[in-house]
Write a new protein. Structure first.
Length: 122
């Protein structure tokens, strides 16, 4: 039986959308991609202490992970043979480097939305 991981992300963000399409997990995991904009109520019920505007959210076994913690968790489940899997070693540990790198990607998302003339808030 596969372990189910739910990933809530902004499907309107090209960066987020491409990341989720490239993400491949180990065979004993299955990822369910859920658009944050259409599943906002689910996010609030499952992870009422998190704000989706602060980054994508991973839910596994009723536990919620966001930002660097979500990437750190996904690092344990990602297939290391893929391109994205190989890049995930950058988030192997929760440390200042991972935090800075995540903030860089998060701000890159904001710049992309600005260039596309879209609202970053969900």
């Amino acid at each position: 039986m596969k372990k189910i991981i739910n990933l809530y992300y902004d499907e309107e963000c090209p960066f987020c959308d491409n990341y989720t399409k490239l993400l491949k997990l180990k065979e004993d995991f299955e990822i369910v991609l859920k658009g944050a904009r259409i599943n906002l109520n689910d996010i609030k019920q499952l992870c009422n202490n998190l704000d989706i505007n602060d980054g994508f959210i991973v839910v596994y076994e009723r536990r919620c992970y966001q930002g660097v913690k979500a990437l750190h968790f996904l690092n344990t489940a990602v297939d290391k043979k893929t391109f994205i899997g190989k890049l995930h070693f950058l988030f192997k540990y929760e440390n200042i480097f991972s935090d800075i790198l995540y903030k860089l990607f998060f701000n890159l998302r904001k710049i992309i939305f600005l260039l596309l003339n879209k609202n970053t808030k969900i």
